[in-house]
Design a protein. Structure first.
Lengths: 248, 248
């Protein structure tokens, strides 16, 4: 048994795409979060309603698999569904399909609830999950973890948190971590490879004015290429990730 | 007499807004360019068709005035119309209205045609402007120029051109210059002030891997605040701009 399904249509615009005309991963993520936000509004749990209750959703992890990234000017169909929850975590799937119903991308995301005043994760209040119709399951759902960075072979780039990186939660938007992680692979790598799958785990929020280092290591497997990533500040790991790629 | 009008509707999404829930100037610009691109497709002059002919549109200047920036979850109506052209320049207006027909923002943009092979501006070919229906007018249209930067009082920030700053024309997208110019004003200024008008003049393209300096000076006038900006590399000015602001 799973929760209620919600679907929405999105036209992929030119500025959501990289120079190869493929939609960027960070823009695709923004669209998915927008669609789950639309479902929340429909169920009476808009971000404003959550803020009144003193809560905010935070994303802890993305695990995804790509058959083909959406392209500029394509219409995509995004479906989402809460699948289950436990004491601290909520799980939600997303399915992105093309106009013929072919699945292009699927995501599993792990969410938690932040108490806005204490800025701390809290036990999931029943009132904010029940409307989505997904069952309570005592155990944790097994979501694969990112592959470890190969520290010795890792390259690094540095980034400053900018004003436009900050979202309505007053911290760096998740999509920005992804831009820093991918940018550090360089233009040649990014134009010559396509994403096959990935796993991104958010560890700690980042605030305006912080300076981050984006570390990345690349390893060749028999049938694909794997990259591993870490976003860190002087004393803290803020995000880890790994991606699998195929050559163009 | 002016050219054919074309209109489109856009729902302002949360990730197109800054933390104040106002749409960002760079995202608004992306939407305007998208809408004029839709008109071009309708008239048989898509970017692909232009590329076949060996041409690309480039934006030389934006001059705009803001009554109120669009807000998250608002539906906006964007209308655009080519107004006139001369030997080298095409002029186009944009009108952004809310659901009640109130004008929120208007833009005048100056475009030119790039010969893709020579990467040089060329005399406007009649075949790529006639479908828009705007008249040829021999003289230049007077578009105000940005106010000069006050070099002595200017603050500066530096930025590296990243992979995701590059668009399908293989150079930095115009919207990125704007993010660099505004970011250099700092979060306090940006949350405490609202844009009233602006003028942005693009001088020279920027390529992947370049390092830019964003200079900004602030001056208080009797009824508003003015900022002046310059994006430069070691040996070249790439963009100048000025904005007028009011306090929140």
């Amino acid at each position: 048994m799973s929760g209620k399904r919600y679907g929405s249509i999105h036209n992929v615009l030119y500025y959501e795409c990289e120079k190869t005309h493929r939609m960027t991963l960070s823009m695709l993520l923004n669209v998915l979060i927008q669609v789950s936000g639309e479902q929340s509004v429909k169920l009476g749990l808009s971000d404003e309603k959550m803020a009144e209750l003193g809560y905010a959703w935070i994303v802890l992890q993305h695990s995804f698999s790509v058959k083909r990234m959406p392209r500029a000017n394509e219409t995509i169909h995004v479906e989402t569904q809460a699948t289950q929850y436990n004491k601290f975590f909520c799980y939600r799937n997303f399915y992105v399909k093309d106009d013929n119903g072919e699945e292009l991308v699927n995501f599993t995301m792990v969410f938690a609830i932040l108490d806005m005043e204490k800025r701390k994760m809290i036990r999931i209040p029943a009132e904010v999950v029940e409307p989505y119709g997904a069952p309570f399951e005592k155990g944790l759902l097994r979501v694969p973890r990112p592959v470890e960075l190969n520290e010795e072979d890792a390259g690094s780039s540095t980034y400053n948190v900018r004003y436009f990186d900050i979202d309505a939660n007053n911290h760096v938007n998740n999509s920005k971590y992804i831009e820093w992680m991918l940018d550090s692979l360089g233009a040649d790598f990014l134009t010559e490879h396509e994403l096959k799958s990935g796993n991104i785990k958010f560890e700690k929020e980042l605030l305006y004015g912080q300076h981050v280092t984006s570390l990345a290591s690349v390893s060749e497997k028999t049938d694909n290429i794997q990259t591993a990533h870490r976003i860190q500040t002087a004393d803290c790991v803020h995000c880890t990730a790994s991606f699998e790629w195929k050559g163009n």
